[in-house]
Design a protein around this ligand. Structure first.
Ligand code: ZN
Ligand code: ZN
Length: 441
């Protein structure tokens, strides 16, 4: 008895060729703009030593506490990850900083702008727009604490979203303070919350002790009711952080980026300092974040490097694609559509068709032919379905005369073309015809 085919893992998704339109728009736009803003691409492994995330992402975060895919044994053959194990990366930043330090990039030039695009892995309850393998596009500007850079990263994210056609998104910003003022903010928050511990959820009880900022991040209604009454975090900042935050906001206003101040906004990661921001889309459900980021001035040092300030963001590709769908953004058709189909009328003509096919591709023409031994009629039908502009027909007569029959699919007219010049003729015909219109089939 035949076995059941093996299915994909829950929370993972296949991307089929006809689904690539919006992905391509997002990836190509992001790459182009990241590079225009001076970012170079970096590709780091999808698995790292678990300690990198425990330290970098933060051991009190939901990600590290509940959502990491870890191979506890590490790799016994090499000793890699022995002790803490190996983890599939739940986010991109720690790996980028690890790589930056490992390759001594800070010794070449302390200021570096790096971007990445790739899959991340979190063991969450699968739901629409949230997968266990998902994709992020991120930037990290390493080596400056300039408030202008914070503004620039936000402006960059906004420009990417605008250029892919999104309109219904909102930017929220806040500042979470620095090493100097955070302990004071922390204890003030703890003090205000301690009287209302009974109203907080179980997770927040723990957060109160371990990382009180995370209480502000709790999505549960009773906790939100309690935190709504807390003083704005920016009111508790030290003078330097306050100035920095004002500069970020002034630069955003100067760039005409609309934003809302969100005085209780914190991010789900431990490493943020000063600026944090989120971009949410109104066409999505409860989890409507399409981009999140901020400044992380202590992370490089935390991971064993010198004290180097950084700022960055990560965009969620799946959520962004859903946002594009909700706004019905027009995207190019990603399905492959050759311009030319080579039709063989007999088995003998097939070899000649195959040779011509390679010639066409060699001069840059997108062309295809039948590989299933179908009848000429079925081949013509296939060509029509593909929406090609030209069919090149080869049968016994064409073989004998050293010709190819050129059929213009727009008007059905046919003419004979010398076999030797067929590829060149095709090339110039397609050039003079201009690009094919979108959506034409
Ligand atoms: Zn401060
Ligand atoms: Zn809570």
């Amino acid at each position: 008895m035949a076995q059941e085919p093996i299915k994909s893992i829950q929370g993972t998704e296949d991307l089929l060729p006809d689904q690539w339109g919006p992905w391509r728009t997002l990836y190509e736009t992001a790459r182009r703009l990241f590079e225009r803003y001076g970012y170079g691409e970096i590709c780091t492994p999808i698995f790292e030593d678990t300690r990198l995330f425990v330290k970098g992402t933060g051991e009190t975060t939901d990600i590290v506490e509940k959502e990491m895919y870890t191979i506890a044994s590490g790799d016994p053959s090499t000793g890699s990850g022995q002790g803490a194990g190996i983890t599939l990366r739940p986010e991109g930043t720690p790996g980028v900083i690890r790589s930056y330090l490992e390759h001594n990039l800070h010794k070449q030039d302390a200021f570096q702008k790096l971007y990445y695009i790739g899959p991340m892995f979190r063991h969450e309850r699968p739901q629409k727009g949230r997968l266990r393998q998902f994709h992020q596009l991120g930037v990290e500007a390493i080596g400056s604490d300039s408030a202008l850079l914070d503004a620039e990263t936000i402006i960059l994210a906004v420009q990417v979203f605008r250029e892919i056609g999104l309109r219904r998104f909102e930017v929220s910003v806040n500042s979470m303070g620095c090493r100097k003022c955070r302990p004071g903010i922390r204890s003030a928050l703890r003090e205000r919350l301690s009287g209302r511990v009974g109203e907080l959820c179980g997770d927040c009880h723990r957060r109160l002790e371990r990382n009180v900022f995370r209480v502000l991040d709790c999505k549960k209604e009773p906790c939100r009711a309690v935190t709504a009454g807390l003083p704005p975090v920016p009111d508790m900042l030290c003078a330097d952080c306050r100035t920095h935050y004002e500069q970020v906001k002034a630069a955003l206003r100067g760039a005409r980026v609309e934003f809302a101040e969100a005085p209780h906004l914190v991010r789900g990661l431990d490493y943020y300092t000063r600026t944090v921001f989120e971009i949410r889309h109104s066409g999505l459900g409860a989890r409507n974040e399409i981009c999140g980021g901020g400044r992380y001035d202590d992370l490089v040092e935390l991971l064993g490097g010198p004290s180097i300030p950084c700022v960055g963001f990560a965009m969620g590709a799946e959520a962004t694609i859903l946002a594009m769908e909700s706004e019905q953004v027009a995207v190019p058709d990603a399905a492959l559509r050759p311009d030319v189909y080579v039709v063989s009328f007999t088995e003998q003509a097939q070899a000649e068709c195959f040779a011509l096919l390679q010639e066409l591709r060699g001069v840059g023409v997108a062309a295809d032919m039948d590989f299933e031994g179908r009848s000429p009629k079925a081949q013509m039908r296939a060509a029509g379905k593909l929406g090609v502009r030209v069919c090149l027909l080869i049968g016994p007569d064409e073989l004998a005369r050293g010709e190819v029959t050129f059929r213009d699919m727009a008007d059905g007219r046919q003419r004979a073309v010398p076999r030797a010049s067929a590829a060149r003729e095709l090339q110039s015909f397609l050039k003079s015809a201009g690009p094919r219109e979108q959506g034409q089939s």
